[in-house]
Design a protein around this ligand. Structure first.
Ligand code: KIV
Ligand code: ZN
Length: 510
């Protein structure tokens, strides 16, 4: 059996420190329920002395978590902070006080204005003081990533001797290289007496984009707890992302001699929850939970994934609650992807028809970033209309605007004849195009309805036009047309209605 790595979630404390990510108590309780579903080992619920709101949140989260997780409150190495945290945690089934102070030269001299000896003494004092209230005391050595190795050993030794159950080694500024951070953890393991009886925790920030790598290197060198947040939320560039570090351990458990007890199927839901509550979304290409994490857009990749998912995917999307892999239809998609999606939508076509549809698909895809299912439906319908058409539109061009007279030039082809081009003026560009069509298709009719609808979202959406034309005998014919260009879809819709009228009434419209 591999080592169990405890997951200490600090979304509600370090995550909440992220500018713009503050949450009220009710929202924190919603997040707590999600953390419990994820089965995290420790929930850092807040910094009780920082505000009455934070105190109340820690108190309510402690009650809610009950037996299901350790609930932790942060303090400075100050007695009144520890008193306050103990008070907030008094109803917790498994309370933990997380106390500590800075240990790097910059923190000791420029922030705390203390001597090294005073820091060691304060470390021992705060742990012993917290121990009066709770058995489980975690000591953090802030900015350990930039501290002197031997001084860090002295401080951590003092904390362990005073009864700390967990020693947290943060790379507070995200400064370290993973290899160096790992070496530091190993140095502590080799030099602090009794460290084998406590958990070594790693708390890494993402200032150089390496928070996940740092935490993993810590684990490889003996850490047994990782501090992390949903979506990597946290101060500045954030913390280690829980979804990344846990999935990396899941993939490489053997090499790391590690496993976690996290329910990874909650990851996408948890990510969306944090986005909804904080308004801070993740980028589309974010590992594990980004919108594109399981989306394939290039033809070569799509072909591979459709043959066997793991040609381009190392994680089954269902394992992180992301549903299924997504094939994104774009101008780079091949026949295989189009065929697959059309089949999923319930269409089956001959190879010849598929070739024609693929051409029409590329036409749309060249104009749009992404081709959606609705576009495909529209494309298939459009294709069917053209197949049976008596008259087909070959080209339409309009010029209009203030103070121009709207003019349209239309080229159309009767199924048995050569193409014909004509032009006309109108009250607007659609009217001009319809008049040009009327120059070619000579059939009496009355346009009784005209409506436009966007088929999908976005400025580049296909516009679908529906028209109703009334024949001389009062019969009404509906026509539809779809295109990115509204003038083109309008013209196609009109021609479609006229084709139906001509076919139904057996009129010679030449
Ligand atoms: O980054 C850090 O050092 C911290 C400590 C308070 C644990 O958040
Ligand atoms: Zn931090």
């Amino acid at each position: 059996m591999t080592r169990k790595i405890k997951i200490f979630d600090t979304t509600l404390r370090d995550g909440e420190q992220s500018p713009g990510a503050s949450m009220n108590t009710e929202e924190k309780l919603v997040v707590t329920r999600e953390l419990l579903r994820m089965n995290v080992d420790v929930i850092e619920a807040g910094f009780p002395i920082s505000s009455p709101g934070d105190f109340e949140s820690v108190r309510r989260i402690a009650e809610l978590a009950g037996d299901n997780a350790i609930v932790c409150g942060l303090t400075r190495a100050v007695d009144k902070d520890i008193d306050c945290a103990a008070d907030a945690l008094k109803y917790a089934k498994h309370p933990r006080i997380h106390t500590g102070l800075g240990v790097s030269p910059s923190h000791i001299h420029d922030k705390l204005h203390m001597t090294e000896d005073e820091v060691v003494e304060r470390a021992a004092h705060c742990v012993a003081y917290a121990k009066k209230y709770v058995d489980d005391v975690e000591f953090y050595a802030e900015d350990a990533g930039r501290s002197d190795y031997d001084f860090l050993v002295r401080v951590i030794q003092a904390a362990v001797d005073a009864g700390a159950t967990v020693v947290n080694i943060p790379d507070t500024t995200g400064y370290s290289l993973p290899i160096e951070f790992g070496r530091r953890i190993k140095y502590l393991r080799d030099n602090v007496k009794g460290i084998e009886n406590v958990d070594i925790s790693v708390h890494c920030h993402n200032d150089l984009g390496m928070a996940t790598a740092l935490a993993l290197e810590g684990v490889r060198n003996g850490a047994t707890q990782i501090e992390c947040t949903i979506n990597g939320l946290g101060e500045r560039a954030g913390n280690t992302a829980v979804e990344e570090v846990v999935m990396a351990i899941k993939m490489h458990g053997k090499e790391l001699d590690a496993h976690t007890d996290i329910n990874t199927r909650e990851f996408v839901k948890a990510s969306h929850l944090i986005t909804t509550i904080t308004g801070m979304g993740v980028q589309a290409n974010k590992a594990i939970v980004g919108a594109n994490a399981f989306a394939h857009s290039s033809g070569i990749h799509q072909d591979g994934v459709l043959k066997k998912r793991d040609t381009y995917e190392i994680i089954d999307p269902a394992d992180v609650g992301a549903g299924e892999s997504k094939i994104i239809l774009t101008a780079r998609s091949g026949h295989a992807a189009l065929k697959h999606r059309l089949e999923e939508l319930g269409y089956e076509f001959s190879p010849e028809k598929l070739d024609k549809l693929y051409e029409a698909f590329l036409n749309i895809a060249d104009k749009k970033k992404e081709v959606y299912d609705e576009d495909l439906e529209s494309l298939v319908n459009e294709h069917d209309r053209n197949e049976t058409a008596i008259y087909a539109l070959e080209a339409v061009q309009v010029s209009c605007g203030y103070p121009l007279t709207p003019t349209a030039t239309v080229t159309m082809k009767h199924k048995d004849d050569e193409p014909v081009t004509t032009c006309a003026f109108g009250t607007g560009p659609v009217d001009a195009a319809y008049k040009a069509v009327d120059n070619i298709v000579k059939v009496q009719n009355d346009l009784s309805e005209f409506s436009v609808q966007a088929v999908t979202r976005g400025i580049d959406a296909l516009g679908e036009v529906t028209v109703r034309v009334k024949a001389e005998n009062g019969e009404v014919y509906i026509g539809r047309g779809a295109d990115n260009d509204i003038i083109v879809s309008s013209t196609k819709a009109y021609i479609n209605a006229l084709n139906r009228l001509i076919a139904d009434q057996g009129i010679d419209a030449k």
